[in-house]
Ligand binder design. Structure first.
Ligand code: G1P
Length: 297
């Protein structure tokens, strides 16, 4: 079987981020920072590590700060160069995209994740593609999408990142109906978006990393409304389970739900503690805070 290489990735970034109001009144959620890097930078780095060459952002009104973020900033770069701040210039390099490597397409109505992905249809063409949801930040020695690409090189078809969740949490996710469990890879015989409590087919939830076939993109043409009245990506993928070509992949890594305040804070603490320049001072502070809290109880 000849498996086509995946070089295009879609980043759905059109959401209003209402859970982070008032901050998101003027800042796109994806620009909010974990320590000193915007959420979107983590997703871009992960995609690059997995061999992605073309980056497609599905945006909306009020997201222009995202476009600026990936642009060169000649004034800033000149100032840093003149001041001999090569370390900072180096940091900025990760934010620059080659001309032609990045494209923006607008989703002008919030009709759901499936619709957002469909908006990139013409840019993706008849090729397999990746989707990364920047809210899901995954800390891993080998970046999650790269792990998936390696597994996909064996399976082909469609692959979604998957993680065990407690039955009480399953209704917040897309959930896999497992046909065959092969360890890190499972074959799915169905997928349900946001199952009702007690109705989840398993406790294996979909996390926001996908490798998908052009067939899934054409399934989205039907514009079928699913859970919550939205056009769901899960439903378009689920159609492909009929021929056994949908796989879940249990990645190795820690996932943070940065779409929620608690998850965002947990990620902030974890990333700060993993930074050599912050670790000592920050962990001393955390210990002191916890001791103070305990004393006050
Ligand atoms: C989306 C997907 C869902 C998936 C989740 C992972 O849901 O629709 O299938 O499990 O991302 O984070 P959302 O969190 O946008 O409601």
């Amino acid at each position: 079987m000849k498996i086509k290489k995946v070089t295009k990735a879609i980043f759905p970034v059109a959401g209003m981020g209402t859970r982070f109001l008032p901050a998101t009144k003027s800042i796109p959620k994806e620009i909010m920072t974990l320590v000193d890097r915007p959420l979107i930078q983590y997703a871009i780095d992960e995609a690059r590590a997995a061999g992605i060459k073309e980056f497609i952002f599905v945006t909306a009104r009020g997201k222009s700060a995202l476009e600026d973020y990936f642009d060169h900033s000649p004034e800033l770069e000149n100032t840093l160069r003149k001041a001999g701040k090569t370390d900072l210039l180096e940091i900025l390099k990760d934010t620059n995209m080659d001309s032609g490597a990045i494209a923006y397409v607008r989703q002008n109505r919030a009709l759901g994740l499936g619709h957002a992905v469909w908006c990139a249809q013409r840019l993706v063409g008849n090729e397999p593609f990746a989707v990364l949801l920047p809210d899901d930040v995954i800390a891993a020695e080998k970046p999650c999408l790269q792990q998936m690409m390696e597994a996909y090189a064996e399976t082909g078809g469609n692959m979604v990142a998957a993680m065990e969740v407690s039955p009480a949490k399953a209704s917040s996710y897309g959930v896999l109906d497992i046909d065959e469990d092969m360890g890190s890879v499972v074959r799915a015989k169905g997928m349900v978006e946001k199952p009702k409590p007690g109705e989840a087919p398993s406790n294996l939830a979909v996390i926001g990393r996908y490798i998908l076939t052009p067939k899934v993109m054409s399934n989205l043409n039907k514009m079928k409304q699913g859970a919550g009245g939205e056009i769901q990506l899960t439903d378009a993928i689920a159609e492909e389970t009929n021929d056994g070509s949908v796989y879940g992949f249990r990645f190795v890594g820690q996932r943070y739900d940065c779409g929620s305040k608690a998850g965002f804070l947990q990620a902030t603490v974890a990333f700060a503690l993993s930074r050599p320049d912050l670790r000592d001072e920050f962990s001393t502070y955390l210990h002191d805070m916890i001791a103070l809290q305990k004393a006050a109880q």
